[in-house]
Design a protein around this ligand. Structure first.
Ligand SMILES: [Fe+2]
Ligand SMILES: [Fe+2]
Length: 165
């Protein structure tokens, strides 16, 4: 293995990592939208699926701007979150209510993960002086933050509803 020595190479690696994560999420989000019972949650996942497809396209533009081919690098971080979801479902056979609450938690973890990734990438793009990449990555970051807010507000409502029941 050759030694990685430049911030520009690390930037490409981090892009490949989040590209893998985003592409994984385009497969996971439709399943989550079908799996949950709460209408607002289903709608939020469908909406974020559209945004996620845009995130993939924005990353492809960043790769194009760098003159490197778009490819993913296996990201065990995102795979871990999806595995945890699958295990929970198998082991607990949750009720509708519990499942929706669990899934909002998994979604919040995912958004935090993406927010951390894009915050790092925006900083790297800025320090490398790559305006084009910075703007595209900021667009993704902004949507991840909004998605997190949405999931958190749904989670608060679900908790209130279960407290009342
Ligand atoms: Fe995303
Ligand atoms: Fe996201």
């Amino acid at each position: 293995m050759s030694q990685m020595t430049t911030p520009a190479d690390l930037f490409v690696h981090e892009l490949q990592d989040v590209y893998f994560a985003e592409r994984t999420l385009t497969k996971v989000l439709p399943k989550l939208a079908d799996e949950v019972n709460d209408e607002e949650l289903t709608e939020a996942f469908r909406h974020h699926l559209d945004e996620t497809r845009q995130h993939v396209a924005n990353l492809e533009q960043v790769f194009a701007g760098l003159g490197v081919s778009a490819r993913g690098a296996k990201c065990p971080g995102i795979e871990g979150i999806t595995e945890e979801h699958d295990m929970f479902m198998q082991e607990n056979d949750p009720s509708d209510e519990v499942r929706d609450m669990f899934v909002t938690g998994a979604a919040a973890r995912t958004e935090h993960y993406e927010i951390a990734a894009y915050t790092g990438l925006v900083g790297m793009a800025r320090s490398l002086g790559d305006r084009n990449a910075q703007e595209l990555l900021e667009e993704n970051l902004k949507q991840e933050k909004k998605a997190l807010e949405k999931v958190e507000s749904i989670s608060t409502r679900l908790l209130k509803e279960t407290a009342k029941a």
